[in-house]
Design a binder for this molecule. Structure first.
Ligand SMILES: [Zn+2]
Ligand SMILES: [Zn+2]
Ligand SMILES: [Zn+2]
Length: 142
C-alpha cells in the first residue's frame, strides 16, 4: 500500500485509515458536490449504512467534512478546506442547491453580509443557502 492523498489527509487528522474510511473519503475527493447519508449509501452500496454514518460523523468532528442542512431538513456533508481543524471549522462560503440534479455545492464568497442589528444580537454562524442550477446542468441545458 503506497501513501496517497487519502492516507495523508486521514493521518493528518489523526484518523486511522481503515479501508472503509478511505472509500468514504474517496467518494468526496472524487466529486465536487456534497452528499447526504442516503446519497453516499447509494454510491457505497457495498458498505453498511451505519458504518458510513459513523464515518461521516468522525470526519466532521475531525475537520475533514462539514455539514449543511438544506431547506428540506436533510443533512449534507462536504469536504472541508485546509483551514479547517478539529472542532474548529473555518468556513466562509455559501452553498448552492441545484434544482435540476439536486446536488449541493460549496461556493466561495468574497464578502460576508453585514447585519444591521449586530449590536442587539450576537451572531455566531451564518448559513447561506442559494438555489439555482449547477455548471454541469447549465452545460446540458444550453
Ligand atoms: Zn470545515
Ligand atoms: Zn445540477
Ligand atoms: Zn460547504
Amino acid at each position: 500500500m503506497h501513501l496517497n492523498t487519502d492516507y495523508i489527509l486521514l493521518s493528518k487528522a489523526n484518523i486511522t485509515p481503515t479501508s472503509n474510511r478511505v472509500l468514504v473519503l474517496r467518494l468526496f475527493l472524487g466529486n465536487s458536490n456534497a452528499f447526504t447519508l442516503n446519497a453516499a449509501a447509494q454510491e457505497l452500496f457495498f458498505m453498511e449504512k451505519s458504518t458510513i454514518f459513523r464515518t461521516l460523523q468522525v470526519f466532521e468532528s475531525k475537520g475533514i467534512l462539514h455539514s449543511v442542512v438544506t431547506d428540506d431538513g436533510v443533512k449534507n456533508y462536504a469536504l472541508c478546506t485546509v483551514d479547517c481543524i478539529k472542532d474548529n471549522h473555518a468556513h466562509r462560503h455559501a452553498h448552492l442547491k441545484c434544482s435540476i440534479c439536486e446536488h449541493l455545492y460549496c461556493i466561495p464568497v468574497t464578502s460576508l453580509p453585514v447585519f444591521e442589528s449586530a449590536r442587539r444580537f450576537q451572531i455566531d454562524k451564518v448559513y447561506m443557502l442559494a438555489n439555482g442550477t449547477c455548471e454541469e446542468c447549465n452545460r446540458v441545458a444550453s
